[in-house]
Design a protein around this ligand. Structure first.
Ligand code: TUI
Length: 312
């Protein structure tokens, strides 16, 4: 499955694990990289010291390339941006913002930069300031999302930029990967299915909630505040959406979600916490190792499109 993305990153398969807050730590990232994909450590809102330790631990577990995802709304984004440049991290992805001010520093440090974007405008802007590729993430994804679906977003971004496009949002099996190639993507990023792997350190309650999810179980909170977030429905999303419908303000709403992801991922409180997951949660039915999952994805994709000229 050689594509521009595997060559750019020096990996075997063009499959990237999403940089999920609280979920994407070094055990998961190194297991994905060892299985031939690209593992990511999600810096989320953690301080730079935590990120540096995670990088050190990942280096002990894998000789293969791995990356760090920087969540740009983090109060620590500036210091994390510097750490990744200093620690020789091979790849940086970014989310929830515009990473323009760090691009020069990262390029000078030889880091491959792959911003996650949810619009054509940001994709073009990222290409202009030196991005090596972009992840086009549709609103089927879990967590913080944009407006467009993957089906609509990916081809529009493919037409607008020359750098390789990696599709994300709504992909959990070989059919999704093959479809992404048909839309012009050269690789995929997946999150939700990697939450439910053996190496994922996430609380069993969270994994089982994903495995038990139906197709219509996700909800988007925060549309009224301008920070839409997709998570599996529970007491928290119900209350949040009720309050939004009653016209509640940002501060009242924020009280409901503050620390909610940690509550769900670490404590296993899937009732009141934020169980972020994509619309494909309903397709995730088994816990596999990262290697079993990636081997299965490659087998399924090959069966659909091998020889069709997508791998070059
Ligand atoms: O970033 C994500 N997904 C995330 S971040 C996150 S942590 C969080 N937790 C609670 C509330 C908010 C965040 C959980 N999931 N995906 C990448 C992504 N980036 N999706 C959408 C965007 C995006 C949206 C607007 C990127 C840029 C943007 O505008 C930037 C600009 O200045 O134009």
């Amino acid at each position: 499955m050689q594509t521009e993305v595997t060559r750019l990153l020096g990996i075997e398969y063009p499959i990237i694990q999403g940089g999920m807050a609280w979920v994407a730590e070094y055990h998961l990232a190194s297991a994905v990289s060892n299985a031939g994909g690209l593992g990511l450590i999600g810096a989320a809102s953690a301080p730079a010291g935590w990120v540096r330790e995670q990088i050190m631990e990942a280096k002990k577990l894998t000789d293969r390339p791995f990356g760090v995802n920087i969540m740009l709304m983090s109060p620590y984004a500036d210091e994390v941006a510097e750490i990744v440049a200093r620690e020789g991290v091979k790849v940086v992805t970014t989310g929830a913002g515009n990473p323009e001010k760090y691009m020069k520093m990262w390029k000078e440090a030889g880091v491959k930069v792959i911003p996650v974007v949810a619009s054509v405008a940001l994709a073009k802007r990222m290409e202009r300031c030196g991005a090596d590729a972009v992840v086009a993430e549709g609103c089927e994804a879990g967590g913080h999302i944009g407006e467009n679906t993957t089906m609509a977003l990916v081809p529009q971004i493919v037409d607008a930029v020359k750098v390789p496009v990696i599709a994300a949002g709504g992909i959990a099996d070989g059919r999704g990967i093959a479809a992404a190639f048909m839309l012009g993507a050269k690789g995929v990023q997946m999150g939700t299915h990697f939450v439910v792997t053996e190496e994922s350190q996430v609380h069993e309650n969270y994994k089982n909630r994903i495995i038990g999810a139906k197709d219509i179980d996700s909800r988007v909170t925060g549309r009224t505040t301008g920070h839409p977030v997709r998570a599996l429905r529970n007491e928290m999303t119900k209350k949040y959406i009720e309050l939004e419908n009653e016209g509640a303000g940002f501060e009242e709403l924020e009280k409901l979600t503050l620390g909610g992801l940690r509550k769900a991922v670490v404590e296993g409180d899937i009732k009141n916490g934020s169980v972020m997951a994509g619309q494909i949660a309903g397709m995730v039915k088994e816990k596999l190792t990262c290697k079993e999952l990636i081997d299965k994805l490659v087998r399924e994709t090959d069966a659909l499109i091998k020889g069709a000229g997508f791998y070059v």
